[in-house]
Design a protein around this ligand. Sequence first.
Ligand SMILES: [Zn+2]
Length: 200
Amino acid sequence: MSIRLCQECCQWVFTRDDRCPDCQDALPETINPEDTDTRFRTLVGEVRGRMGHVRVARRKLPADGVFYETANGLFFLPYQTVTKRRLVEQSAASPMWTLAAVFWSPLMFLAPFLKRRELREKDFLENEPIRLSKEDLQLLPDFLSRVSGSFFLPLRDIRAITRKRGQWIIDRSIGPAITIQPIADDPFTQEMQQFLATRL
Ligand SMILES: [Zn+2]
């Protein structure tokens, strides 16, 4: 089982016997992103704008990302994982005092006051949105083959979108329904209502 891009379903999937679990297409281990760009640009169509930050209910693939509306459907671009180096405060007990405290227990009571505080650099893994400026917006289709976990839902494959307890459930003609939830107080809900009223 590995994560591969299904060009037919426009989504990254966990393969079953090297095939897409949704459409059963055989998926090659690697693809050259440049070979798919023209096709995906035509399929996705003109990018109309950002709808908001959402969490997709799924495991193993990136869940948090940004939804975009395009001329031909809905596009999900996951956050990217980046390494951030930050200064953190750490207590650093002097080895001499620690040793002395082991041999003479009354020093143990003093130990918390004898600890030095110092700043150290530490690496953290963080998820952050891929920022697309207005000028870069039309590059969105190119991310489909380059960012694992991204997907595109063509309008023709969306059967229905319903809202249930703050979540949105997207029924597709291929594969299981996709459940998404807006992150925090994002304007996503208004954008989705607008999409439903004008596009479906
Ligand atoms: Zn597929």
